[in-house]
Design a protein around this ligand. Structure first.
Ligand code: ZN
Length: 157
């Protein structure tokens, strides 16, 4: 491939390492309105996502705690960066877009219109490592469980 794509890949790698080493919004939320845990037994990732949603359905705050590999932690960090300030509906649209992209099921759908996938595209590099896809989508599945009111633990297995 072109040099540009190598540069982009390096940029994405650095972005993921940065978020893994210095996770944004790490910790729990006192009085969270929504919460769910994600477990990926294959890798040993265990993360709990917290959200505080206001009466208008907007995510005021998002945090996570737990432990996991660099990819699962970076993904959770990028997730919180992305969904704070968004409506829950839009956050779930991001979830759908990320799962579709990482599972490489077809072309981007119309439902992605208006989403700023920006930095999240860095996670798409894991498609080259199928066993790591579950690490990258773990936090997103927990978001889905939390915001859809199930609030149960989600496991990739
Ligand atoms: Zn992992």
């Amino acid at each position: 491939m072109s040099r540009l794509s190598d540069d982009l890949r390096e940029l994405y790698r650095e972005l993921i390492l940065d978020h893994a080493r210095n996770p944004r919004h790490f910790g729990c939320i006192e009085g969270a309105t929504h919460s769910a845990e994600g477990i990926n037994p294959l890798c040993g990732d265990k993360l709990r996502m917290y959200f505080r949603v206001d009466e208008n359905g907007r995510i005021e705050d998002a945090r996570f705690e737990g432990s996991g590999c660099a990819i699962s932690v970076a993904s959770a960090s990028l997730l919180t960066d992305t969904v704070i300030g968004q409506t829950t509906e839009r956050a779930l649209a991001y979830f759908a877009a990320m799962v579709r992209r990482l599972a490489s099921r077809g072309e981007p759908a119309e439902s992605e219109a208006g989403l700023d996938l920006g930095k999240l595209e860095a996670l798409e590099g894991v498609k080259e490592f199928p066993t790591r896809v579950k690490c990258a989508t773990l936090a997103w599945h927990a978001l889905d469980s939390a915001l859809n009111g199930r609030g149960s633990t989600v496991s990739t297995e």
